[in-house]
Design a protein around this ligand. Structure first.
Ligand SMILES: Nc1ncnc2c1ncn2[C@@H]1O[C@H](COP(=O)(O)OP(=O)(O)OP(=O)(O)O)[C@@H](O)[C@H]1O
Ligand SMILES: [Mg+2]
Length: 520
């Protein structure tokens, strides 16, 4: 907190006359100020302060809105403002309402020249918000040079120790907490490094995070869901615990499973539950480890840093994957998402332009990853087996969560969300079919979604039953065809290991609707 201590002026009960005289003087002073040369003004201000110090036992600490060498508003000022709005604004007669950036909520703060009183451990403290108008002959280039606002905290000098040691830290902590409570959650994405310099340099861009997903709407096994929520709560409230065991206050989650099983949905639910921001890190547009570090340093606490499809962003040797040619097109058609890596600028300089595995490991648990704390790192993948064990070992990715095909419990959550039904005569059949067929929650949800404004539960559930039966037949046909083909190949050429392993791999990708009982 940037504090400028030293103003001392008369204050308190029984001083009403003096106070109103001082108020008139201040008013006159601000009028006169505009026409005074700067040196004379400086001299008169210093003289007034010395006079005040001689006659009153009151101390004033001022907190300026803007501090030198900083573009934004001072953190101390913002904390004081949030603290006063949350705790003492009700005592003020004049307030100022404003729509905070990226927020739908009006925030109310004490208005200029308004005074509020606070009490802390028996000490009385007066807060006054002052505004200095611009000097008439100065042309200002930025908005904050035009008007300078300051919070002045006045108290008796016998409370000096209390204010320094306890009250100011209390204001800072409460103010920060109130800011977090009022803030709008944001979704950040990293800008290409070509945008990182210049007047409007920004490493991350953001939009409002408005994803409607919550843990209540997320279809998954209730026990597993409870475990995840408990783990998140332990993390959120575990600042002291992490400090006591000497661990940086961060936690890694690996979400793995086939496409459409709710990995991204789960991240949105986590952010909502914890009220954290989300940083969606697009690794393929990060040129090297230095850029990766810079991106991390520019994230704030209380956030979830997400790298989606981690296996497509970096390969096991640590180099970023190069653009695939024809084969990648084929794969993306079959649902296996391969992100296209933009060609490295300068063509042949690929070696210098790379994010390596060690860079990524540093990103997760390097020394500087502890800066600020309270960060969750989430990796998602469709292929856990492709990831380097070093990347996903406990301590880096502390919790591994498998998002799997829709089970009956997940279906019940989806049915409640989409159709508002908790039970139905078709539920039994659906339960049986879900035991036999692998269908993603995304597909189940699509079938449940009413196709007209008139929500017809029977039609939606019947559509799902039909889709499940079709999937079962399709899987059966595929399994039979696969078995026949396998027999033929075994007869023809028993030694051709490579082609059979390729087929196995393809078979895995097609497993989407394979009945669970035939998996072996
Ligand atoms: N478990 C689930 N509960 C509720 N809805 C789900 C669930 N899984 C998927 N959905 C629905 O399916 C859609 C796709 O899910 P989502 O994007 O979370 O899948 P994903 O696992 O991230 O897939 P990908 O691997 O392709 O990124 C979501 O918009 C959501 O409506
Ligand atoms: Mg996803």
């Amino acid at each position: 907190m940037e504090m400028i201590a030293g103003d001392v002026h008369a204050h308190g009960y029984g001083w009403a006359g003096v106070w109103s005289a001082v108020a008139s003087l201040i008013f006159l002073w601000s009028m006169v100020q505009q026409y005074l040369p700067a040196q004379l003004e400086e001299y008169l201000t210093a003289l007034t302060r010395r006079l005040q110090a001689a006659i009153t036992p009151y101390v004033t600490i001022s907190i300026d809105e803007h501090v030198p060498d900083s573009f934004g508003r001072s953190e101390a000022y913002l904390a004081a403002e949030a603290y006063l709005s949350a705790t003492c604004a009700s005592g003020a007669r004049r307030l100022r309402a404003d729509l905070a950036a990226d927020s739908d909520r009006m925030s109310v703060a004490v208005d200029d020249h308004e005074e509020v009183v606070d009490e802390f451990r028996g000490a009385k403290l007066w807060w006054r918000k002052t505004k200095t108008l611009p000097r008439g002959n100065v042309i200002s280039w930025s908005a904050h040079e035009e008007e300078r606002r300051t919070y002045c905290l006045t108290f008796h000098q016998r409370h000096r120790g209390l204010v320094d040691a306890l009250y100011l830290p209390h204001v800072l902590a409460e103010g920060r907490a109130a800011t977090v409570r009022n803030r709008q959650r944001r979704l950040f994405t990293n800008n290409p490094s070509s945008d990182w310099s210049g007047y409007d340099a920004r490493v991350w861009s953001h939009v409002k995070l408005e994803h409607p997903s919550t843990f209540a709407t997320l279809g998954m096994d209730p026990d597993k869901k409870r475990d995840i929520i408990d783990d998140l709560e332990m993390f959120r409230d575990g600042k002291d615990y992490y400090a006591s065991v000497g661990k940086a206050w961060k936690r890694g989650y690996l979400l793995f499973g086939p496409p459409g099983t709710g990995k991204s949905t789960m991240i949105a639910a986590m952010a909502k539950y914890l009220d954290y921001d989300v940083y969606d890190l697009e690794l393929t547009s990060v040129k090297n480890n230095t850029e990766l570090r810079r991106l991390f340093i520019e994230t704030k606490g209380k956030s979830i840093i997400v790298v989606e499809d981690i296996d497509c962003s970096i390969d096991l040797t640590g180099k970023r994957k190069k653009k695939k040619k024809k084969s990648s097109k084929k794969k993306s058609k079959s649902g296996d998402k391969r992100k296209k890596v933009p060609p490295a600028p300068g063509g042949g300089k690929d070696e210098e332009n790379k994010v390596t595995l060690s860079g990524l490991l540093n990103f997760i648990d390097g020394l500087w990853s502890a800066c600020g704390g309270e960060r969750i790192i989430v990796f998602t993948t469709n292929h856990k087996e492709k990831l380097d064990p070093a990347l996903i070992r406990r301590g880096r990715m502390d919790v591994h969560i498998e998002m799997s095909y829709c089970c009956f419990e997940s279906f019940k959550v989806l049915a409640k969300n989409y159709l508002h039904v908790a039970d139905h005569e078709l539920f039994h059949e659906i339960q049986q079919l879900l035991g036999e067929v692998n269908m993603t929650p995304a597909d189940v949800a699509e079938n449940l979604m009413p196709k007209s404004k008139k929500k017809d539960v029977d039609t939606s559930l019947a559509r799902l039953v039909k889709a499940l039966k079709e999937a079962k037949e399709e899987a059966l046909a595929k399994a039979l065809a696969g078995a026949e083909e396998k027999e033929e190949t075994e007869d023809d050429d028993e030694e051709d290991d490579t082609s059979s392993s390729e087929e196995e791999e393809n078979g895995k990708n097609k497993k989407l609707y394979l009945p669970a009982k035939w998996e072996e």
